[in-house]
Design a protein around this ligand. Sequence first.
Ligand SMILES: NC(=O)c1ccc[n+]([C@@H]2O[C@H](COP(=O)([O-])OP(=O)(O)OC[C@H]3O[C@@H](n4cnc5c(N)ncnc54)[C@H](O)[C@@H]3O)[C@@H](O)[C@H]2O)c1
Length: 411
Amino acid sequence: MHRMKSYVRRENYSCIMTGLAVIGIVLLWISMTASRSESSSDVPTSAGHAELLSMHSSLQEKISSINRMLNENPALKGTQSLNAGIENALTKLKELESRFKDLEVQVPKKYPDVRFLNYKDRKRILITGGAGFVGSHLVDKLLLEGHEVIAVDNFFTGRKRNVEHWIGHHNFELINHDIVNPLFIEVDQIYHLASPASPPHYMFNPVKTIKTNTVGTINVLGLAKRVGARVLLASTSEVYGDPEVHPQTEAYWGHVNPIGPRACYDEAKRVAETLAFAYLQQEGVPVRISRIFNTYGPRMHINDGRVVSNFILQALQGQDITVYGNGAQTRSFQFVTDLVDGLVLLMNSNFSQPVNIGNPDEHTIDEFAQIIHGMVGGGSGVVHKAAVEDDPRRRKPDITRAREQLGWRPL
Ligand SMILES: NC(=O)c1ccc[n+]([C@@H]2O[C@H](COP(=O)([O-])OP(=O)(O)OC[C@H]3O[C@@H](n4cnc5c(N)ncnc54)[C@H](O)[C@@H]3O)[C@@H](O)[C@H]2O)c1
């Protein structure tokens, strides 16, 4: 037994020594490679960088396996030369980690091709909520058109991943900022999208939703007034509440329960529209108001909780599709790229009245569930659960105004 233990110890010892020798050689190789790329006038290539990263992770694995062996065989710990070797390797690893960070900055990144605009046509554009679902598509469109874009987001529902393909581009900036606090920045146009948009998100903290859409909107309008910028407000079809007029025209004032579960969003957006109009009339701030109807597309939050993403997710997971209520309530969905085209047209128009931006192609929720079940598959079909409080029964935009004023309609 004793012989067995000492054999294991001896084996581990030689294993550790071999590990240290390997680490030493790899460290030497990495330092040489890193200094070669530093002394060269060329920045390191992505392939070389990937090679360094894989060396780095294999080194980390080796060190953790040595640490594991030491913990399993405390008798080995006492070996002075071994301890010194490990200490030495760890210090070198730390140095290398900081060198990796420096090298990462130098790795050239490939960006989508953007149009060249001369300084007269190029605008500095602020997008609040720019890391969200709609905001990130707007970032894409405006950058591709050749503008400078500053996205401001507090990342409540937005994600850096949505705009990561632009990070580092000379025309793009991402600022972590909560719009409930004032922002001082020089811009020509502001798309004000910051607000949670799906019911589970805006009901999560109703008071904050109200603040974002009221105090946040005052901050945006105040900024526009100071710097002479034009503002487009992302309002919503929810200002119509559970509508008694069908389809909904912009002239309809709405039917909203002021103390219902959706009120924090619906009423706050109604106040945001009122604020925009007050700044237009009192201060002469040029405002545009888009009433956005249900939109879907890539980069919707996985836990968005809205119909399209819920249905697709359930179908992909092989579950039954859940319809709340009898399924006879109607909705109409537009694709996100249609929406951003409409927003840009509206911003650059001379029209200050609210404009519906949505798809008038209306379906019952049951029909949607069947369409998605037919396309994606999933469980045995569609199940119905109790209706959600204040869920609008019908929703369909009248887009005559968008068509006449902007020449816009969904493709
Ligand atoms: N997507 C739709 O179907 C739809 C329909 C009607 C209206 N809208 C409006 O369009 C806008 C964008 O909606 P979306 O679907 O992209 O939602 P989203 O949740 O994906 O995006 C909203 C963004 O705003 C950010 N945000 C929230 N509170 C903020 C704050 N206090 N400060 C800074 N950033 C904040 C979030 O982190 C997120 O990135 C919203 O104003 C929404 O009301 C969307």
